[in-house]
Design a protein around this ligand. Structure first.
Ligand SMILES: Cc1ncc(COP(=O)(O)O)c(C=O)c1O
Length: 381
């Protein structure tokens, strides 16, 4: 019998049955009172759970559109922005900001490491930046930025927005918008929320909403806060058709998060991430991200000598485990395994067991059970 395929790439993540059911409902009119009530409830939960006195936007689109939305509503051509980058997705912001005609300065780390917070502080003292962007977890490297510390130094700068890309972290790593001095936080539905791709969620704190007011009419239409705000306050109104079934799916995802507890969910990710990473290390893999800055949402795993990436990933697929390849210089040298969202202990044990079966089939010398044993010890500790 063929193995069931477990999609363990860093997004889209497995979509659990109750979320699938929400997506499979008969589509309602966007002004249907029951849909409007569900959408309102979702928005209230998102604001309250991620703790902002500002606003939240749920809009059809992906994480990249949210990146554009953040910049379009807080910056105008000629403004200076400091992009902190720990990999491919941090770099994406350089491109986006340049196309918007911003004056872009970049602080980038070697892949696997972080930009020291002291360097960010120094840069902020040298030039008046209107915003700092940072990716909380860069999916290309598995590096988690110390956003709480960065938020403190950004807040000391005069009138500088702190924009955080939470696409690979939101609902798995703590992100409390106002308390962490975050002005804009955003994510996509397909990552730690465990919904299919297609929705962005963006929180804009009070300072970001104030900044928007200073910009007047902006060139961007679809992502303009001013166009969406009336709908976020009253979803019975129309600006552009909401993705009705995805909104229901996200509402179900948030219900599951409430049931688990957001803090408890972050703790679960922390424990599971560490256990998986210990298991992979015990099998002879090396993790790209340095230990103190390692994400809990995914593992970026460098092969031991002698393992061919294409062969490993195609055999892993036959064994029922779908993982992603490395990016940039790590293409062919690394695989990336997502472990975020609605995955449970069964999934985690099966994933490491599939890695072991794959290693056995590629002729790698190891003691079967090493990874699973390490994983179990870590999970039970
Ligand atoms: C950290 C990060 N930011 C932004 C994006 C872009 O999101 P999307 O592919 O949903 O446009 C991704 C996608 O994987 C990501 O991992």
């Amino acid at each position: 019998m063929k193995n069931r395929k477990m999609v363990m790439i860093p997004g889209p993540t497995p979509v659990t049955r109750s979320i699938q059911n929400a997506m499979g409902r008969e589509t309602a009119a966007f002004a249907d009172p029951s849909f409007v009530a569900d959408f309102k409830g979702l928005l209230a939960d998102l604001k309250q759970m991620w703790r902002t006195q500002g606003e939240v936007f749920v809009v059809a689109g992906t994480g990249t559109l949210a990146m554009e939305m953040a910049v379009a509503n807080t910056l105008k051509a000629g403004d200076s922005v400091l992009v902190i980058t720990h990999g491919f997705f941090g770099d994406r912001y350089i491109d986006i900001c340049k196309r918007k005609g911003l004056d872009v300065d970049v602080l980038s780390s070697q892949w696997g490491q972080i930009v020291p917070v002291a360097d960010i502080e120094t840069a902020l003292k040298q030039k008046p930046y209107k915003a700092v962007t940072v990716t909380h977890v860069d999916t290309s490297t598995g590096v988690r930025a110390p956003i709480e510390e960065i938020g403190k130094v950004v807040r000391k700068a005069d009138d500088c927005m702190f924009i955080v890309d939470g696409v690979c972290s939101t609902s798995a790593h703590p992100e409390y918008v106002d308390e962490m001095n975050i002005d804009i936080l955003f994510t996509g539905s397909q990552k730690a929320f465990g919904v299919s791709p297609g929705l962005l969620v963006l929180w804009a704190g009070p300072r970001a909403m104030e900044r928007r007011k200073t910009l007047g009419t902006i060139a961007d239409y679809y992502v303009d806060f001013d166009n969406w705000l009336p709908i976020m306050h009253d979803p019975a109104k129309y600006f552009a058709t909401p993705a009705v079934n995805l909104v229901w799916a996200l509402a179900e995802a948030v219900r599951l998060i409430k049931e688990e507890g957001l803090d408890e969910r972050c703790q679960r990710h922390n424990k599971t991430g560490k256990a998986i990473q210990a298991a992979l290390t015990s099998l002879g893999f090396t993790l790209l991200a340095e230990k103190p800055y390692r994400a809990a949402t995914l593992s970026n795993v460098i092969y031991p000598d002698g393992i061919d990436d294409a062969e490993f990933r195609s055999i892993a697929m036959e064994e029922g485990l779908v993982v992603a390849g490395g990016l940039g210089d790590y293409k062919g040298k690394m695989f990336r395994m997502g472990h975020m969202g609605n995955i449970d202990a069964h999934d985690v044990v099966c994933a490491i067991a599939a890695v072991e079966r794959t290693l056995y089939r590629v002729g790698y010398q190891f003691k079967p059970g090493t990874g699973v044993g390490t994983l179990m010890r870590e999970l039970l500790s």
